[in-house]
Design a protein around this ligand. Structure first.
Ligand SMILES: Nc1ncnc2c1ncn2[C@@H]1O[C@H](COP(=O)(O)OP(=O)(O)OP(=O)(O)O)[C@@H](O)[C@H]1O
Ligand SMILES: O=C(O)C1=C[C@@H](O)[C@@H](O)[C@H](O)C1
Ligand SMILES: [Mg+2]
Length: 170
């Protein structure tokens, strides 16, 4: 269990929890979306507009295939579980935690964010359908599901750290 992956839908808190967890466990933190932006020199909306979603998905898979660091926290993009290959890499190289947030809360957080191209192009109903359709993949890929409703970022981070330490002790 060398890496800790945080997975879940847009806005569920992967980046925010990842940053805090890295601080608490004293492990380096990588945000896949940010790494892809850094490596390509383009923003995520630019990648989607100029090269299409498929190209972005290829970049996600390449990131997972080429990533060499261990003992770190990785917050993933919301669509990373769309590919079985990505699911397999994550499960085989680390502990996968799903941050399960209710859709109405997710929508409240993401609907005005211009940096999420999929949200910009879709209606609320379409995003809700996407959330529903991805849910099973999140559950199946994760070793641990953390329900985030009624929990603060601090509580979620502490619970995640507790799970990591519990598994380390086994
Ligand atoms: N449990 C929570 N309580 C309060 N605010 C939260 C909680 N979880 C996340 N947030 C806030 O919601 C916003 C979205 O969270 P964040 O950017 O971490 O989501 P994400 O899962 O990384 O999304 P994406 O897949 O689009 O990168 C942030 O402003 C974050 O601080
Ligand atoms: O849910 C998704 O498909 C995405 C989520 C974000 O993290 C980014 O990876 C990108 O905006 C696509
Ligand atoms: Mg994020």
């Amino acid at each position: 269990m060398n890496r800790i992956y945080l997975i879940g839908f847009m806005g569920c808190g992967k980046s925010a929890v990842g940053r805090r967890l890295s601080f608490l466990l004293k492990l380096p933190f990588y945000d896949m979306d940010k790494e892809i932006v850094r490596q390509t020199g383009k923003t995520i909306p630019e990648i989607f507009e100029q090269y299409g979603e498929r190209y972005f998905r290829d970049l996600e898979t390449q990131f997972l295939q080429n990533f060499k660091n261990d003992f770190c926290i990785i917050s993933t993009g919301g669509g990373v579980t769309m590919r079985k290959e990505n699911q397999k890499i994550m499960r085989n190289t680390g502990l996968v935690m799903f941050l399960d947030a209710p859709f109405r809360e997710i929508w409240r957080r993401i609907h005005r964010d211009p940096n999420r191209p999929i949200v910009r192009q879709s209606t609320r109903d379409e995003i809700e359908a996407l959330h529903k359709s991805r849910y099973r993949d999140y559950k199946q890929t994760a070793h641990i599901t953390i329900r985030t409703e009624f929990r603060t970022l601090r509580q979620i981070t502490q619970y995640a750290a507790f799970q990591v330490n519990r598994l380390k002790g086994e």
